[in-house]
Design a protein around this ligand. Structure first.
Ligand SMILES: NC(=O)c1ccc[n+]([C@@H]2O[C@H](COP(=O)([O-])OP(=O)(O)OC[C@H]3O[C@@H](n4cnc5c(N)ncnc54)[C@H](OP(=O)(O)O)[C@@H]3O)[C@@H](O)[C@H]2O)c1
Length: 289
């Protein structure tokens, strides 16, 4: 297929690479900082557009993976945006983590010109993108999903249709709400163990097979103990995501008491210069008070 990929960041760069190498598609790319697009083309072949619109010209599916709601609007709408190039019958897939409102807005904007839309945020982090092992949570119509899934499979270990437009983003919000409370609990436990003079490695070996087990425990306890916070999803991104969660929770009337507190802790990490720390840096606040 002819496809386009807009946004070659930590996630987008390897995802677009898989579309070429594993999927065998003809891939056109756009990145705001043009040097990254040139580097991608040098590594993978294909072509780079000088605007999102140029990259999207002739594409049957256009993928987007940028930062937040406004960044997506910036590459989708307007003279230079992808929608200006997209023909009826083509498909726009947004992998950015955004609000559910944006997903519904883009589904409506696409429908006006016969362009289908899927909101398709991902989880699995940089490693998942590099290894092509992402989980993709999708909102949209079944028939549109069925067209996109075989293409998305180039970088996904799971790609699940959750419900109508916006449902993919709502699913990602559930994921982030889980992580926020869980990482604070894990930080408190590990810090408690250290203060109490326990051999934390022994304790983790014992309890990680029981009811306290989690991905965060398996993958982060060691780096948390080592006071190292350079292992993946950044606090700045997490705060963006939690902002969307809290706004949506307000809308649907779901209380998020713990999530709100943890969001405040992440704000404190940012204030102390840790915006690029990974999300396990809640531990840092407990240790360095
Ligand atoms: N990193 C993770 O572990 C992870 C995991 C799951 C989900 N996500 C989500 O995936 C999305 C991308 O994350 P990432 O880690 O790849 O971010 P990133 O490395 O910071 O890359 C962001 C990309 O978006 C582009 N961009 C940002 N604002 C733009 C704008 N206004 N106009 C055009 N391009 C713009 C950037 O272009 P430049 O190169 O010019 O800056 C870059 O290509 C985010 O929504 C994030 O929440 C990330």
């Amino acid at each position: 297929m002819n496809v386009a990929f807009i946004g070659l960041g930590v996630m987008g760069f390897p995802m677009a690479g898989h579309l070429r190498a594993r999927g065998g598609h003809d891939v056109a790319v756009f990145n705001r900082t043009a040097a990254k697009a040139s580097a991608w083309v040098a590594q993978n072949g294909g072509r780079a557009g000088i605007t999102p619109r140029q990259a999207a010209t002739g594409a049957e599916i256009v993928f987007v993976c940028v930062g937040n709601d406004d960044d997506v609007r910036g590459v989708v709408h307007g003279e230079a945006g992808v929608l200006a190039a997209m023909k009826p019958g083509t498909l726009l897939v947004d992998h950015t983590t955004t609000s559910a409102g944006l997903a519904r807005e883009l589904a409506a904007a696409g429908a006006k010109q016969g362009v289908a839309f899927l909101d398709a945020p991902v989880s699995g982090g940089q490693a998942g993108a590099v290894n092509g092992q992402l989980t993709v949570m999708v909102g949209g119509d079944q028939s549109v999903f069925d067209r996109a899934k075989p293409v998305i499979d180039a970088y996904a270990k799971a790609c699940v249709l959750i419900g109508p437009a916006g449902a993919g983003q709502l699913a990602k919000m559930m994921n982030q709400i889980c992580i926020a409370g869980l990482v604070q609990g894990l930080s408190e436990a590990v810090n408690f163990g250290l203060k109490a003079g326990l051999d934390v490695e022994k304790v983790i070996a014992a309890i990680s097979k029981g009811a306290a087990q989690s991905w965060q425990m398996e993958n982060r306890w060691k780096t948390m103990v080592a006071d190292k916070f350079d292992f993946g999803f950044a606090v700045d991104w997490m705060r963006k995501d939690l902002g969307y969660c809290m706004a949506e929770a307000e809308r649907v009337g779901a209380p998020l008491p713990v999530t709100r507190i943890v969001d405040g802790f992440y704000a404190e990490v940012q204030k102390r210069g840790g915006g690029r720390f990974d999300t396990s840096s809640l531990m840092y606040l407990l240790r360095h008070r």
